[in-house]
Design a protein around this ligand. Structure first.
Ligand SMILES: C[S@@+](CC[C@H](N)C(=O)[O-])C[C@H]1O[C@@H](n2cnc3c(N)ncnc32)[C@H](O)[C@@H]1O
Length: 337
């Protein structure tokens, strides 16, 4: 499995009690790894049990109707026996009642507010300038280049939607190029700091052009989405939130900025840089900037509906191995109809 330990980007978040706390980098990585492990375990268990939790109703249903699940919910946090069983479930399957117990345990762990705020804080710590800096700095540099070369009209303020936002102090919010910036995050423990707690996949679709965005930023979010199909659905959904401007007519384009851990493209059996660009192209985006750093890669896409090609999208609907190697990961994104 891909190890996604470290986040990057960003500066200090606003004045909030938790924000002034610091965690050592090793602990930061541990918390983030744990969170991903629990998420992966949840997906694995759901798959083995042939369950779906699209509306987040499963917890309540099982909590009241399944004795094994209930038992799992009541297991003490960090219980050694169940933790070992969880590791094993990634290697081979187990009997139904145990799977339900583990699922109850995992759900309870994931729902734990303390664990969640620790994860949030760990991600923000990962964003600390000293530990890699703010990924939106690259975005702002690229937008300035586009404006200076008159590829993008600079006379109008652009608005932006930042998915998976952990800070209102990142460059995307402070450069002045994007105004307003709507910041959303799934598990935001910091609502009063200008970040809305919202799942992008459930954000109401704008009905009028004015409610759409010039830019969507999606930094280290796709890799956080648990399954390849859900990642594909997220990529598909971008277009519903983007303005329809076509760059050639009025120099006002709409953009998607994506940051991924580098191994997602450089070391995956199922995804590569060129395959990712091709997939985005089939959805109607032209790649205009791409850059790799030590641990992450950055890509900027410009919306061009004319490129959208439903037939080409079918290429990305099935798992396709592009290369192999014992140390490779299985990161993938799959489109669906
Ligand atoms: C690793 S953090 C990345 C944070 C930051 N953007 C960065 O670049 O460091 C991933 C964040 O994406 C958020 N996220 C994942 N799926 C999401 C969704 N469907 N809607 C909103 N936020 C989501 C998670 O809650 C998490 O805080």
């Amino acid at each position: 499995m891909l190890r996604r330990g470290k986040s990057i980007t960003g500066a200090r978040i606003g004045p909030n009690k938790t924000n002034h706390k610091t965690i050592k980098p090793s602990k930061t990585r541990k918390i983030i790894r744990r969170y991903h492990f629990l998420n992966q375990s949840k997906q694995k268990l759901l798959k083995l049990l042939k369950l779906e939790d699209t509306n987040n109703l499963l917890f309540d249903t099982l909590r009241t109707g399944n004795a094994d699940f209930q038992q799992g919910c009541d297991v003490k946090r960090g219980d050694e026996v169940i933790e070992k069983q969880l590791v094993k479930v990634h290697q081979h399957s187990a009997e139904q009642s145990l799977l339900y117990r583990m699922l109850g345990y995992v759900y309870t762990e994931l729902a734990d507010e303390k664990g969640l705020s620790n994860y949030q804080m760990a991600s923000r710590m990962g964003q600390d300038v000293k530990r890699g800096g703010d990924s939106s700095k690259i975005l702002i540099q690229w937008m300035k280049e586009l404006m200076n070369s008159h590829e993008q009209d600079s006379s109008h303020a652009m608005n932006a939607l930042e998915i998976g936002s952990l800070s209102k102090d990142n460059k995307i919010s402070t450069s002045g190029i994007f105004n307003p910036v709507v910041r959303i995050d799934l598990n935001n423990s910091n609502d009063n700091e200008g970040i809305i707690r919202q799942d992008f996949m459930e954000r109401p679709i704008p009905r009028i052009e004015e409610d759409k965005f010039d830019l969507i930023s999606c930094s280290l979010v796709l890799n956080f989405v648990p399954t390849p199909v859900e990642r594909g659905q997220m990529c598909h959904r971008f277009q519903l939130f983007l303005k329809n401007d076509v760059i050639s007519s009025n120099k006002r384009g709409s953009y998607v900025f994506i940051v991924l851990p580098l191994p997602c493209l450089s070391n995956s059996r199922y995804m590569s840089e060129s395959r990712f660009h091709d997939m985005m192209k089939s959805l109607g985006y032209e790649n205009i900037r791409y850059q790799e750093a030590k641990k992450v890669c950055y890509a900027l896409y410009r919306r061009d509906q004319r490129m959208e090609n439903i037939e080409s999208q079918t290429r990305f609907m099935k798992k396709k191995q592009c290369r192999d190697g014992s140390k490779m990961n299985n990161f993938n994104i799959l489109l669906s109809k």
